[in-house]
Design a protein around this ligand. Structure first.
Ligand code: CAA
Ligand code: NAD
Length: 296
């Protein structure tokens, strides 16, 4: 099946990036949000990201104009009815995601492919309430943050997947410039299965006093060649999102390495969500010069 029009639900950190790379690659895109103010914020992020790419000579001015002409915003889910592929990127909450899929299942033609950008939820469980034919056309498409810069896309199939539809989403991934790895439906797929325990262990190490936030970050950057230390990355991903992911993965595997450290939960409850709220393991009052937080 040929994918021509792509719907993206949620225009936050991830959804904005997914809508952007799809439009840059030539697809017609409709990005859907719950409220106009969130849509405006997501669209502004896309415009800002495209401007950076133009500035660096990675995108021509004409391509930017053409990209923006292919991109439409909406706060009405019905505007996605004629999309061939709909990618959901709303918060990591099973119930909210499932309610959205039920609406899409009723609204879309039988051949529409649905996909979730979930970091940790079971694809099989997410699609459980859908019609049997839609379940065959429901996949995980797991992008990485920041979407315009990160090369990887995990394409997740289930035991019910239609092979032709799976081939179509893998092909879509290649057309938007991603390196596609194929994986089965297991919580966290390939990357988060390995990355999440590492990030949580950094917090546990800090709680135990192995080093300061800055020194642990420096250790992993200079000692292992990672582009960001774990605390910079945690703030980048979002502490709320990391907390939801750890709860889901702990529920799935019942292993301590996936359990949420007490400090992570306390920070989320205190509204310290990382870069997006201006405060996490670092304080971003001066964005060019983040300062490690003093945590009592
Ligand atoms: N669009 C366009 N340009 C962007 C951008 C975006 N969204 N984000 C950053 N840039 C630009 C920056 O502005 C910068 O431009 P200047 O050089 O003009 O300042 C340029 O890209 C490079 O950025 P940096 O200077 O910060 O350079 P960098 O070499 O550190 O690259 C990075 C940035 C690619 C983000 C790199 O730091 C990196 O790879 N970090 C690790 C990210 C990572 O691990 N992501 C995965 C998170 S886990 C996940 O996504 C899965 C999950 O389910 C939670
Ligand atoms: P975010 O909080 O930045 O964005 C979520 C957006 O979804 C918000 O703008 C919100 O208004 C919108 N939304 C909520 N309910 C909606 C609905 N019913 N309809 C339309 N929009 C709705 O979150 P995010 O970091 O972009 O994460 C989104 C998804 O991507 C999650 O499943 C997360 O696990 C996954 N993910 C996140 C990262 C990351 O690094 N943050 C990486 C890969 C995957």
């Amino acid at each position: 099946m040929e994918i021509k029009k792509v719907g993206v639900i949620g225009c936050g950190l991830m959804g904005a990036g997914i809508a952007q790379v799809s439009a840059v690659a030539g697809y017609q895109v409709v990005a859907c949000e719950v409220e106009q103010r969130f849509l405006d914020k997501g669209m502004a992020n896309i415009t800002g990201s495209l401007a950076k790419l133009v500035e660096k000579g990675k995108l021509s001015d004409e391509d930017r104009t053409a990209t923006l002409s292919r991109l439409k915003g909406s706060t009405d889910l019905n505007d996605l009815a004629d999309c061939n592929l709909i990618i959901e990127a709303i918060i990591e909450n099973k119930k909210i995601k499932q309610e959205t899929y039920i609406k899409l299942d009723q609204m879309c033609p039988p051949d529409t492919i649905l996909a979730s950008n979930t970091s940790s939820l079971s694809i099989t469980e997410l699609m459980a309430a859908l019609s049997p034919s839609r379940q065959q056309r429901f996949f995980g498409l797991h992008f990485f943050n920041p979407v315009p810069l990160m090369k990887l896309l995990e394409a997740v199939r289930t035991i019910l997947s239609d092979e032709g539809a799976y081939a179509s989403v893998c092909e879509f991934g290649k057309k938007i410039g991603k390196a596609v790895v194929q994986t089965r439906d297991s919580s966290g797929f390939i990357v988060n299965r390995l990355l999440v325990p590492y990030l949580l262990d950094a917090i546990r190490g800090f709680e135990e006093g192995i080093g300061s936030i800055e020194d642990i970050d420096k250790g992993m950057m200079l000692g292992c060649g990672y582009p960001m230390g774990p605390f910079t990355l945690l703030d980048f991903v979002g502490l709320d999102t990391t907390y939801y992911i750890s709860e889901i993965m702990f529920e799935e595997f019942r292993e301590k390495r996936f359990a949420s450290p007490a400090l992570l939960k306390r920070m989320v409850l205190a509204g310290m969500l990382g870069r997006k709220s201006g405060r996490g393991f670092y304080d971003y009052s001066d964005p060019k010069n983040p300062k490690p937080m003093k945590l009592n």
